[in-house]
Design a protein around this ligand. Structure first.
Ligand code: SF4
Length: 644
């Protein structure tokens, strides 16, 4: 039987068809009617049947005297109550996930706020990936989302792809870029490592890591000097300040900072100047820096000058929805007080950066998130996790499971019912194609049970996920235009995407996040593999993906640097920063800039995030995962690498 639902991976949110036999998914097929994938989803989505049931958590477990023991749901929840119920609100933290549905996220944050009287709620993927984008768009456009759609890219005549590699990470978006190019769109790639997009672009800029603001200010200055910008921009707040701020960013100065030729700078600046339908795509290359908000703001300045369109490549399937559902620590709770008829605390919550790293809490509910691998400064985070009471809600065991005191089985998206909101703010139905495996339960069901056990059941009266969406559309203003019943009939709808205003917020380039030194002479950046997704719990189980992928736990290095250090492909090296060290195999890559090395972040056996110290963008608290000074030292004895 063929059933339809949504892919479990990225923020594009493709609809797929699943060939189901009995309780098994036998195959995944493209859905030719799907507006997002346009019948061409990527290989990750098409191999979901290989991974959904491998290595699953199927029964609740609790850790006693160091060992995990299978228990019933009632035993597990009673244990959770025993260990958490007496804690102060500030001592508990909730991490909902963009891998789950809107309904799961909404009920989880409602539980935290009503039952534990805390605003310590923070969605994982958003904080670690695009929190800075949302801060920047809310200040420049008055909206916490992307105002444009994937299809808007098709009609651009000049597209700037900056700090993002959609050819590898967002194939359905890349299909639209190909279409735009066929229509004559000029593609400008700005990256700090040479990748597939650089290769594909008409204008290729490989800049020094961390110098986006200088480049974008230089281009803005060029537009203003040549007068090739939208005159309506002069009426936007901040225009005069922008003109003053970008004036010193001459082409020559920008080229010195970014390490590019003046000819390349002018090619990019002129292409944008001449464009009549300009667009930009950005990704984590821009947002995972300590100047993340300013990076995005300087891009938005350019877009406002050209009245252009922006799209960001989002990570998890429901990362937009998770934030929209109130899974942030600093939301205005008046809204919830009125809607839920309860008194809530006014005290702002803390982010996951504080809760898990800087000022650790005592207990943590973690849903679909693997902080033991994905947080920065992992040595410190591991020490903190050791001390916490951790309730892990997940479909697969991962590194975080080793720290968990209670593990509660939750279904993958293929077994869930509810909705997700993709990176365009398109709300789509998720209709489980098989029953949840084993004893797994969705978060909204688990928190309803726990609320009943703790005497708060009346606030969670839902019979099903549709009841939750009805409440969401009554409570969350940006979802008030959504007809819950239509979504549950399978019709996509958009949450509010309207730009409220356009405002320039000039940014100043103050230098890169970290600098090379005699002790740490290389700059390390991290990047993604086309065949892996986040911390790899699912993708690492696909035989097809493993077969076609050439990526691994490597340290990619330029040939001149490798020759200078007498390194050959396959040699083991210690990569060390001020925060820690890891062991990797050398991969010489002729596309790497000298003095820059790169590593994938998906691999448990590499744990590259040990190298990134606790450095964050102060506005959005997005960690710096893109730039750290490191040393590379050859290891003469072979090293055994374990794990995924
Ligand atoms: S991983 Fe993303 S692009 Fe690929 S099929 Fe899934 S949703 Fe679509």
């Amino acid at each position: 039987m063929l059933k339809s639902s949504i892919c479990a991976y990225c923020g594009c949110g493709c609809r797929l068809r699943f060939a189901v036999k009995g309780k098994r998914i036998e195959k995944v097929l493209p859905d030719r009617t799907d507006e997002i994938s346009e019948g061409k989803p990527c290989i990750k989505g098409l191999t979901l049947h290989e991974v959904y049931d491998k290595g699953r958590i199927v029964q609740p477990m609790i850790r006693k005297r160091g060992n995990l023991k299978k228990v019933t749901w009632s035993e597990a929840l009673r244990y959770v109550k025993e260990k958490t119920w007496d804690l102060a609100p500030s001592e508990v933290f909730f991490a909902p996930s963009g891998k789950t549905t809107n309904e799961d996220c909404y009920v989880m944050q409602k539980f935290a706020r009503i039952v534990f009287n805390t605003n310590n709620v923070d969605g994982c993927c958003s904080r670690l990936c695009h929190a800075a984008t949302l801060v920047a768009t809310s200040e420049a456009y008055g909206i916490h989302a992307m105002p444009y759609t994937l299809n808007d890219i098709k009609n651009t005549d000049c597209l700037l792809i900056i700090g993002s590699n959609p050819a590898s990470n967002y194939p359905v978006l890349f299909n639209r870029i190909l279409e735009a190019k066929r229509r004559g769109c000029r593609i400008i790639s700005v990256q700090s490592i040479f990748n597939e997009i650089t290769q594909f672009a008409d204008i290729q800029l490989v800049i020094q890591p961390g110098t986006y603001i200088a480049l974008l200010n230089g281009i803005a200055n060029h537009l203003i000097k040549t007068g090739k910008y939208d005159r309506n921009a002069e009426h936007c707040e901040g225009f005069d300040k922008l003109v003053e701020t970008v004036k010193p960013y001459t082409g020559r100065k920008v080229c010195d900072i970014c390490g590019i030729s003046h000819r390349d700078f002018l090619s990019a600046a002129d292409a944008i100047s001449d464009s009549e339908n300009f667009g930009a795509l950005h990704g984590m290359g821009m947002t995972q820096h300590i100047k993340a908000v300013e990076n995005v703001q300087s891009l938005l300045n350019l877009l406002i000058l050209k009245n252009g369109k922006i799209l960001s490549c989002r990570g998890e399937i429901n990362v937009q929805g998770c934030g929209d559902m109130g899974c942030v620590p600093n939301i205005d709770t008046d809204l919830f007080e009125r809607a839920w008829s309860v008194k809530l605390t006014r005290k702002l919550g803390i982010t996951m950066i504080n809760a898990l790293s800087l000022s650790p809490v005592k207990a943590c509910f973690i849903s679909g998130f693997n902080p033991a691998q994905s947080m920065p400064d992992l040595n410190r985070v591991h020490r903190n996790l050791e001390e916490m009471f951790i309730v892990q809600m997940d479909s697969y065991l991962n590194l975080t499971s080793g720290f968990a005191d209670v593990i509660l089985p939750t279904p993958t998206l293929l077994e869930r019912t509810g909705t997700i909101t993709n990176g365009e703010r398109r709300v789509r139905l998720v209709s489980g194609v098989i029953e949840p495996l084993g004893k797994s339960e969705q978060e909204w069901v688990v928190f309803r049970k726990l609320a009943r056990m703790l005497g708060y059941g009346k606030h969670f009266p839902y019979r099903n996920a549709r009841d939750v969406l009805h409440e969401i559309t009554n409570v969350i203003p940006s979802y008030s235009g959504i007809d819950a019943d239509s979504v549950y009939m399978g019709y996509d709808q958009f949450a509010d995407k309207t730009i409220k205003f356009r405002k320039f917020i000039p940014a100043i380039f103050t230098g890169v996040d970290d600098v090379r030194s005699r002790r740490y002479p290389f700059l390390l950046t991290t990047f993604r593999s086309k065949y892996q997704f986040l911390t790899g719990e699912m993708t690492s189980k696909s035989e097809t993906l493993q077969r076609v992928s050439k990526d691994g736990a490597y340290c990619y290095i330029s040939r001149p640097d490798a020759e200078r250090l007498k390194l050959r492909d396959g040699d083991n090296v210690t990569v060390e920063s001020t925060a820690g060290s890891v062991v990797a195999k050398v991969k010489i890559d002729t596309r790497m800039q000298q003095g820059v090395v790169a590593m994938h972040f998906h691999f448990e056996r590499l744990l590259v995030n040990k190298l990134f110290p606790s450095q964050f963008d102060t506005r959005s608290l997005t960690p710096n995962y893109k730039l750290v000074a490191v040393s590379i030292g050859k290891i003469d004895k072979p090293q055994k690498q374990e794990g995924r």
